[in-house]
Design a protein around this ligand. Structure first.
Ligand code: NDP
Ligand code: HSE
Length: 441
């Protein structure tokens, strides 16, 4: 058998947009694995330029300064394959559209852009007959987009549920292990480089919501925009909530949940991100540090679990490069990869209509009749209490106060909202400290 020399293979011109955490690792992997990749593709990946803002900063041995350019637009016009790892909405969107218009296939890790305006990108890919891949946009290194989009294309997915944000998982895990406050756990995540300097999108749940929007669109063949994903972050989760969860044999995790709700003509999608209590025996409860894990439930396949590194330069670059190889193979052998299918056109159900069990934490006056009044309010809204835990607050304040943690049986969201509104007008309930859903039971 004769082996083809990679040098004799044709070159595919690759433009890399961004030379940060992910971009430098993508370029390193292309440099280090160039020969193998050439054999796998049938062509060499030749990096013709790397777009960045600061052209003076040293990017390590694999990114020579000569490759750096501030003119990303000129770069994409010369490329066969564009890898976008710069992030943000603009100029990333315009550059990807320009690249596709010029016939280049594109790979992006940009979940914010896909969740906000994926439709424009999908339509451009279709119009120009090029590929659009984005495995790294959801859960970093974990193969998730491809299984949902391709491996399970013959099945009917019912639900995708999991932890898709590493920063918040690190923070909640640290709070659970050490009893630290949210602020202290976040500061430690930043010191260790897990959380970004500006972790707003992570801790407010927007990053997880963007991933939920992408997963829901793919899983249910419908267009689910970021604005349709109900999103709550972890900034209000307190050390008391973590301790209460632990006392009940539960763990708090930031969950992304996308699922089918209703049947037949009234079938819709629910897409939501919130911190929830799950049983400590649930497999997701043991997902520690910045790891991600996702369950997919499909009619024929049953339950599948995906676990691994959801962030970081090298893990994310692995997913980006997998996409680059796929797109490059399509260019060499012809044809296009999987497209966007939104034929099902399922609408998104409002959160108010959904049902879940709740944990509600209240600060109340410690006097006769308070528990009865609280139970009466829940009962008036059709909410059934499952457990009650009470602790006196021994802080010397008058009148005496107590802290009450209540779990409920499954209830409709709008009923819980109405009950909480009623509490706000009473003298007995001094504060609604937390309201968290209970999942996975
Ligand atoms: P970084 O901030 O580390 O890198 C961004 C790079 O893009 C920098 O090199 C920056 O240039 C360049 N850049 C930004 N804006 C422009 C612009 N207008 N013109 C030219 N260059 C520009 O980001 P990451 O590598 O962490 O993330 C990249 C993408 O990957 C994002 O979409 C992110 O959401 C996604 N992602 C990241 C993961 C991670 O773990 N980091 C995981 C999964 C996805 P300069 O260096 O000169 O400032
Ligand atoms: N900030 C994201 C996280 C990066 O913490 O998971 C990966 O998308």
């Amino acid at each position: 058998m004769t082996s083809v020399s990679p040098a004799s293979l044709p070159a595919l011109r690759v433009a890399v947009l961004g030379a940060g955490t992910v971009g430098t690792e993508v370029i390193r992997l292309i440099a280090e694995q160039g020969e193998d990749l050439a054999h796998r593709i049938g062509a060499r990946l030749e990096v013709i330029g790397v777009a960045a803002r600061d052209l003076e900063r040293d990017r390590g041995p694999h990114v020579p300064r000569a490759l750096l350019t501030a003119d990303a637009s000129a770069l994409v016009r010369q490329a066969d394959l564009v890898i976008e790892v710069m992030g943000g909405i603009e100029p990333a969107r315009s550059l990807l559209l320009e690249a596709m218009e010029h016939g280049a296939s594109v790979v992006t890790a940009n979940k914010a852009l896909l969740a906000q305006d994926g439709v424009t990108l999908y339509e451009a890919a279709d119009a120009h007959g090029v590929d659009l891949h984005f495995e790294a946009a959801v859960a970093g290194a974990i193969p998730l987009v491809r299984p949902v989009r391709e491996s399970l294309a013959g099945d009917r997915i019912q639900r995708v549920l999991g932890i898709v944000n590493g920063t918040t998982n690190y923070v909640l895990d640290a709070m659970t292990r050490t009893g630290a406050s949210f602020q202290d756990a976040l500061a430690s995540a930043q010191e260790l480089g897990y959380a970004e300097a500006d972790p707003t999108a992570d801790v407010q749940g927007h990053d997880a919501a963007a991933k939920a929007s992408i997963l829901a669109s793919l899983a249910f063949h419908s267009r689910v925009n970021l604005s349709e994903v109900h999103c709550e972050g972890i900034t209000e989760v307190s050390a008391q909530d973590i301790a209460a969860a632990s006392r009940m044999g539960r763990t708090i995790k930031l969950l992304s949940i996308v699922e089918r709700v209703g049947e037949g003509e009234s079938e819709r999608i629910s897409a939501r991100v919130y911190p929830a209590l799950i049983p400590s025996s649930h497999p997701l409860a043991s997902v520690s540090e910045a790891f991600n894990a996702v369950f997919i439930e499909a009619d024929a396949a049953g339950s599948l679990m995906f676990y691994g590194q959801g962030a970081g330069g090298a893990p994310t670059a692995s997913a980006v490069l997998g996409d680059a190889v796929s797109a490059a193979r399509q260019r060499v052998h012809g044809g296009v990869g999987p497209r966007e299918y939104s034929y099902a056109e399922l609408a998104v159900a409002p959160l108010a209509e959904l049902r879940s069990a709740f944990y509600v934490s209240l600060t109340v006056q410690d006097r006769p009749g308070v528990l009865a009044a609280i139970a009466g309010t829940f009962s008036a809204h059709g909410i059934s209490i499952s457990t009650i835990h009470q602790e006196l607050l021994e802080d010397g304040e008058e009148p005496a106060r107590a802290h009450i943690g209540i779990t409920t049986h499954t209830a409709v969201e709008s009923a819980m909202t109405a009950a909480l509104t009623d509490f706000a007008g009473t003298a007995t309930v001094l504060d609604v400290d937390s309201v968290l859903r209970i999942e996975g039971e």
